[in-house]
Ligand binder design. Structure first.
Ligand code: UD1
Ligand code: UDP
Length: 374
């Protein structure tokens, strides 16, 4: 039996790794699976695990208020070493580009343990955008011994960096597995939908819902000021309501609360559990975000996305026309959002439902590849 340790630490990693962990656990004769949470996030991570009913076998519990990148790196590196003393896996699976990913992969390398990288090969080509994620994923590429690329584009990025093509596999993105599973759970539970309708009864059905999320470090400072001022201007329209589940990073909350705290038509709310956020995405008219995962989910729900970044490592949806890059620039953000609100043909062109990121079977492909790896 192959011993597999599935590692994650933040909200998006959990969303994208739960389907992988569950799939591997269902191969009872092939894998012995354990789950390790670094606890880089706490409340935002626990929400995901609770909804999908997955428990961690190891929890490094490293989160501390407003800690630095070096704090996170050191704690993960040391904490993983302790886990490997207790249970030595044959392979460690990490997902994406957070500091948990980079440090856990390095810790595995130090023990000469194989590393599988899920969502491998995303690149913007700019080491400071997103920061530090672009560097984290480049380091993860060097440490990985098998790469699960979500798309052909990401596979080609790896081949361009001279990664052995024999260890790069296109699987689709596991976020679509998570999305389909969550939609199935929600749609089969009328009580859940009803409780969400009650929870969000403050929404005015006569107004268009603009859903906002944001947390990128390269936008801290001036970027977030521009974003908040843009939201304030957009919300000054009577036909619009803004809902903004605020990321828990204090560098996000401060400007958001200061600029939007008492703005009309703006609802600042706590981070939502995954089904509640999906409910909001489905109710929304458009989405304004700098999130990676949301750029992948929204096209499959047919929602136009205005991305508040200068670069994206997810060009597939931009090419398909459902995502536009506005930068963290007030004028540009307002320009795109107002066009989507007022120009029906522009809106129709951007709101087509497409699935460039997967078919919901990425976790199954990953499990089969690991099983046949020998
Ligand atoms: C992290 C990842 C980023 C990922 C994002 C997803 C790094 C360096 N950054 O950014 O790549 O896109 O998660 O959301 O790996 N906090 C809480 N409770 C939580 C989570 C965060 O209070 O559940 C607060 C704490 O004060 C914490 C701070 O937010 O110190 C920053 O958290 P951290 O994980 O370092 O970075 P994020 O900005 O969340
Ligand atoms: N999400 C959530 N609740 C929220 C906001 C986002 O469950 O209040 C989900 C969203 O659907 C997506 C993921 O969290 O799957 C994105 O996480 P985040 O934006 O924190 O990180 P990124 O994807 O940018 O790394």
């Amino acid at each position: 039996m192959k011993k597999v340790l599935v590692v994650f630490g933040t909200r998006p990693e959990a969303i994208k790794m739960v389907p992988v962990a569950k799939m591997l656990k269902s191969y009872t004769g092939d894998f012995e699976v354990k789950v390790c949470s670094t606890g880089q996030h706490r409340q935002m991570l626990d929400q995901v695990m609770e909804f999908f009913d997955l428990q961690a076998d190891f929890d490094l519990n490293i989160m501390a208020p407003d800690q630095t990148l070096a704090d996170v790196t050191c704690k993960v590196l040391k904490g993983m070493e302790e886990v490997f003393k207790q249970w030595k896996p044959d392979i460690v699976l990490v997902q994406g580009d957070t500091t948990t990913v980079m440090a856990a992969a390095l810790a595995a390398f130090y023990q000469k343990i194989e590393v599988g990288h899920v969502e491998a090969g995303l690149r913007t080509g700019n080491r400071y955008s997103p920061w530090p994620e672009e560097m984290n994923r480049m380091i993860a590429t060097q440490l990985a011994t098998i790469h699960f690329a979500p798309t052909e584009t990401s596979r080609n990025n790896l081949l361009r960096e001279a990664v052995d093509p024999g260890i790069v596999h296109v699987t689709g993105n596991t976020v679509i597995d998570a999305l389909f599973e969550a939609v199935k759970i929600m749609d089969s539970d009328p009580g859940m939908i009803k409780s969400m309708q009650e929870k969000f009864s403050f929404l005015d059905p006569a107004k268009k819902l603009v859903l906002v999320t944001g947390h990128r470090r390269e936008n801290f400072g001036d970027g977030f000021l521009q974003i908040c001022r843009a939201i304030k201007e957009i919300a000054s329209r009577d036909d619009v309501q803004v809902v903004y589940p605020m990321h828990m990073n204090p560098n996000v909350r401060k400007p958001v609360n200061e600029i939007l705290g008492d703005a009309g038509n703006v609802h600042l709310i706590e981070p939502q559990d995954y089904p509640s956020f999906l409910y909001l995405m489905r109710q929304s008219y458009l989405i304004l975000t700098d999130s990676g995962g949301v750029q992948e989910e929204a096209p499959s729900l047919g929602k136009p996305v205005v991305v508040m970044r200068d670069t994206t490592e997810r060009p597939e949806a931009v090419q398909a026309g459902t995502v536009v890059l506005a930068g963290a620039d007030k004028e540009n953000i307002c320009k795109y959002v107002l066009q989507l609100l007022d120009d029906q043909s522009f809106y129709q062109n951007m709101s087509r439902s497409i699935n460039p990121y997967g078919d919901g079977k990425a976790s199954w492909r990953i499990a089969e590849l690991l099983k046949n790896q020998g």
